[in-house]
Design a protein around this ligand. Sequence first.
Ligand SMILES: Cc1cc2nc3c(=O)[nH]c(=O)nc-3n(C[C@H](O)[C@H](O)[C@H](O)COP(=O)(O)OP(=O)(O)OC[C@H]3O[C@@H](n4cnc5c(N)ncnc54)[C@H](O)[C@@H]3O)c2cc1C
Length: 134
Amino acid sequence: MVQLTYQAYGKDNQAIYSVSRGGINMRLMDLAEQQPNVTLHFEERCDKLDRKTNELSFFNTSTNKTTDVKSDIVLGSDGAFSAVRTQMQFQSDRFDYQQFYIDAGYKELVIPAGPNGEHLIEKIVFIFGLVEAL
Ligand SMILES: Cc1cc2nc3c(=O)[nH]c(=O)nc-3n(C[C@H](O)[C@H](O)[C@H](O)COP(=O)(O)OP(=O)(O)OC[C@H]3O[C@@H](n4cnc5c(N)ncnc54)[C@H](O)[C@@H]3O)c2cc1C
């Protein structure tokens, strides 16, 4: 029989705050939509960026249509395998960054208590950039 068990992350009144990823995306889109000068486009894959002229090409994955756009400012927020960053990298000989892969997605460490039940280290939880002493 499968049993669900709960393990406290910390002492009473301590919490790890989290938000719904879908929820925050929807809220951000709602807020953006309220701005008179914001238009949202979907299914537009950025394929090209000319970093000198700020000209971009977007391929619409529904219509298979490519649209060229020129912009004063370009902010690339296309994630870990950013096409924008790759384009910038290929168009400059002074671009430097590092990327390496770890062999595990998640790791859980168990650090047993000391002989008298005491914590052996102070900071015990690291969750995607959040360091909490619990
Ligand atoms: C399995 C897993 C679990 C995780 N769990 C957590 C967690 O519990 N807590 C936490 O804080 N973080 C977690 N993370 C990390 C978190 O998801 C990332 O740090 C975060 O999503 C990065 O945000 P971002 O906006 O840089 O990129 P992303 O969220 O990856 O967003 C990039 C966006 O750009 C779009 N895009 C990509 N290429 C193009 C292109 N060429 N043209 C147009 N659009 C493009 C993508 O479709 C996507 O919508 C997790 C990551 C993974 C993989």
